[in-house]
Write a protein that binds this ligand. Structure first.
Ligand code: GLN
Ligand code: ZN
Length: 765
């Protein structure tokens, strides 16, 4: 039986590509240096897969920035503002589209399905002149071939490419992106012809949009696209790869009827119902690429379980027609476990990063061929068993407490308007209260002291002194600025999830478990391996210290359970909601301890709540139900007079506004100005929001300092759709990535604008 890998991480085991890119962008190294590092990474990846025995090894899954941008380059679909005049697209045009340049901003970036990877959104209008402008796919195929590795070149499929695009500015409302199909197919044909000429025998088209809820005309576009490609594809084996969810029955039918296609790839980890579709009927003579090894998580595969799935698939589609594969590109998991020096042996035995997954795929394929590597399978079985029975994983008390939450409801006893009254009596805030989202600028000194404390080079006393000094500075600054509800600035935190994960049990941290987020940026998600509990208070020390420095209310600052869950590698041995409930209980303890310590305002950030929304509409309600429930669990026990804030960093929440209201927070601060105030339209359309709300009045992602007039203008716009007594004034998000020279004047203007409007409001009475 053959083996296949959908795609592989590009960054390198120690983020070599990141450093090479950043050094090139900074002008510290040449384009040739960058190309050299990249070629070395590619060759070592190909070699590694070939050595492992993988039959279908992908090429063109490397990218200098993003595979969708690579496709835009291949098609020559460069937006005119980048001034490209034709010819092969080079680094300057390519990176200008990705990152902007001195005179033109970057193209928009958005999340790749429900992953944390971001792609560059193609901008296509009716007049784009497509041309074959990047030969990267062919070049990489040849490069591998020269190294003695025959690969499967991977292209973003033509229909998914169009479905992931957005209409260029100025395009008519009636313009349909799919109408461009006939214009892009000729380029795809050219690429295919070159690949064929170079000796390729397989080609892979990634068409992951097939797992979404598509309309029938969209599905028809797939049929039409592949019919048009059919003659160009003849003589080639063609794999159409899907991933990230169950494929809907209609899409399955469309996919498996495509002309000219020899194999179909499915995510059988997230798409367990796809198995039933396959059982009900799979076209004879075609290949099934069975994605049984999870490309989105870091757990070792349960090899015995996979083997039995694969055997049953063999019974359906025929012995030589099943290809063992990964559920999706390994881009979404960490790179190589060998570089994890700090994880203990037992925990490591439970894990598999990309490099280990390659070995797993191959071991499964060989086992099906009757060449079972007994040593591999028995070690795998032992690891699975130890994970199931380990006392590090199970905490009976937590299991019981979390189980008791299911099916029940948790809400504060009093309704929000009565609570707000009770809180106002205690807090005595002016109208349009001002606040910030939590973090203040993180200086080099601050990062250094944290790092040195962690490395035990700085004593605990000195560390506490340094952080205390920083908090004091931030508190004094906010008092000078005359902000109403203060924050301590989060100087003790490196990251809003890691900080909590490090203090909770059930979490582990890697040294090199990086996953690409966008461009050269990577995140290092914590691993939740066991039942989550909170051995002791996590923030009470710093928050009460901060409160003692001021007479104004000091916000306690926590990360919410849904965000902690969504930004971690989660357990695959229990449903996500169970893990989320466990985290919720831990945060609940923290909320209550903060309240006991005299903190009257507590913010529970849920920056990632919307990100967790499933790809399929039919699954949304269930997710939102448990996610919102988890949030309420954290604070349902506080007194009416304790004010619960939450914060979210996205604006397009209009579709889930009722779930946001159902979170029942007293105040929500939310990103607004970066996204052209789209948020406000939901209130214009008549949705009633009775709790406090602070739509951000300026974008913190940019170094620009907003003027007083501009901010006042924004606040006035908000007052047109929101009641005066519920409106708060705050920036879009935390300030940790900014400099003090930007933050001080910006906040000064924010407070000045607020005071201006307060005066206008009181004289209008
Ligand atoms: N409290 C966090 C901060 O200010 C919130 C960050 C976020 O929303 N991503 O940094
Ligand atoms: Zn935010």
């Amino acid at each position: 039986m053959a083996s296949h890998i959908v795609g592989y991480p590009r960054m390198g085991p120690k983020r070599e590509l990141k450093f090479a890119l950043e050094s090139f962008w900074d002008g510290k190294s040449s384009a040739d240096d960058l190309k050299k590092v990249s070629a070395d990474l590619r060759s070592s990846i190909w070699r590694q897969m070939a050595d492992a025995g993988i039959k279908y090894i992908p090429s063109n899954t490397f990218s200098y920035y993003d595979q969708v941008l690579d496709t835009t380059a291949m098609l020559g679909a460069v937006p005119p503002r980048y001034g490209w005049t034709g010819g092969e697209i080079r680094f300057d045009t390519y990176f200008s589209m990705a990152r902007g340049n001195a005179s033109v901003p970057a193209m928009e970036m958005t999340k790749w399905f429900d992953t944390n990877y971001h792609f560059i959104v193609p901008e296509l209008g009716p007049d784009v002149k497509f041309s074959y402008a990047s030969h990267k796919a062919v070049d990489e195929y040849k490069e591998a071939k020269a190294l003695g590795v025959d690969t499967v070149p991977v292209l973003v499929g033509p229909v998914s490419y169009l479905l992931l695009s957005k209409p260029a500015k100025g395009a008519e409302k009636s313009f349909s992106l799919l109408s461009l199909l006939d214009k892009i197919l000729p380029i795809y044909k050219e690429v295919v012809a070159e690949l064929k000429a170079a000796g390729a025998s397989w080609i892979q088209f990634d068409e992951p949009t097939l797992v979404k809820d598509l309309e029938s005309h969209q599905l028809q576009t797939f049929t039409s696209a592949y019919s048009q490609l059919e003659s160009s594809l003849s003589g080639l084996n063609v794999l159409v790869e899907t991933y990230f969810a169950d494929i809907p029955a209609e899409a399955f039918k469309t996919l498996t009827s495509l002309k000219g296609v020899t194999g179909f790839g499915f995510d059988l980890v997230r798409g367990t119902k796809t198995l039933d579709l396959i059982k009900r009927g799979f076209p004879s003579g075609k290949y099934l690429f069975a994605g049984v090894v999870d490309g989105r998580n870091i757990w070792a595969n349960d090899a015995a379980a996979s083997l039995s799935i694969l055997q049953s698939l063999e019974g359906i589609v025929g012995k030589d027609k099943v290809v063992v594969s990964t559920s999706c590109s390994l881009l979404h998991t960490a790179v190589d476990l060998v570089n994890e020096t700090k994880l203990d042996k037992e925990l490591k035995s439970w894990l598999a990063f990309a490099a280990q997954k390659v070995v797993e795929v191959n071991a499964l394929a060989k086992a099906l061929d009757g060449q079972k590597d007994e040593a591999f399978f028995s070690a795998n079985a032992a690891a699975q068993a130890s994970r199931k029975s380990s006392p590090r994983v199970t905490n009976e008390a937590v299991q019981k407490a979390a189980a008791a939450l299911k099916g029940s409801d948790h809400r504060r006893a009093t309704n929000v308007s009565a609570r707000l009254d009770a809180q106002q009596k205690k807090l005595n805030l002016p109208i349009l209260p001002t606040t910030t989202i939590g973090s203040f600028p993180q200086t080099m000194d601050l990062r250094r002291v944290r790092r040195e404390f962690k490395a035990k080079k700085v004593s605990e006393d000195d560390y506490v002194k340094a952080i205390k000094q920083e908090i004091n500075k931030v508190v004094k600054l906010q008092e000078e600025l005359d902000i109403d509800v203060l924050v301590h600035g989060e100087p003790e935190r490196n990251d809003m999830v890691e900080y909590f994960g490090e203090q909770l049990s059930g979490f582990a941290f890697t040294v090199n478990g990086w996953v690409q987020s966008y461009g050269s940026r990577c995140v290092k998600p914590p691993i939740i391996f066991g039942d989550v509990s909170r051995p002791k208070p996590m923030t009470v020390f710093w928050s009460s210290m901060a409160q003692s420095m001021t007479a104004r209310p000091m916000k306690g600052m926590l990360t919410g359970p849904v965000t902690i869950l969504n930004w971690s590698f989660v357990r695959n041995d229990q449903p996500r909601f169970e893990t989320c409930y466990q985290i919720a209980l831990a945060i609940k303890d923290e909320v209550e301890d903060l309240e006991k310590a005299g903190i009257n305002v507590i913010q529970i950030d849920e920056a990632a709540l919307r990100e967790g929304l499933p790809l399929r509409k039919s699954e949304e309600a269930f997710y939102l139900e448990w996610a919102v429930h988890s949030f309420r669990i954290t604070n349902c026990g506080v007194a009416d007079t304790t004010q619960i804030h939450t914060h979210m960093c996205y604006s397009n929440f209009n579709d889930i506004i009722h779930s946001i209201i159902d979170m029942d927070a007293d105040v929500i601060t939310i990103e607004n100005s970066r996204s052209d105030e789209k948020l406000l339209s939901v209130f214009r359309e008549g949705v009633k929001y009775g709790a406090g709300i602070g739509p951000g009045v300026y974008d913190i992602h940019s170094p620009r300092i907003p003027s007083t007039e501009e901010i006042a203008d924004r606040v006035n716009k908000m007052l047109q759709v929101l009641e005066t007594n519920i409106l708060w004034v705050n920036p879009d998000c935390g300030l940790k990535t900014r400099k003090y020279t930007e933050v001080k004047p910006a906040l000064q203007n924010m407070v000045a604008a607020t005071k201006l409007i307060r005066t206008q409001l009181s004289s209008a009475k």
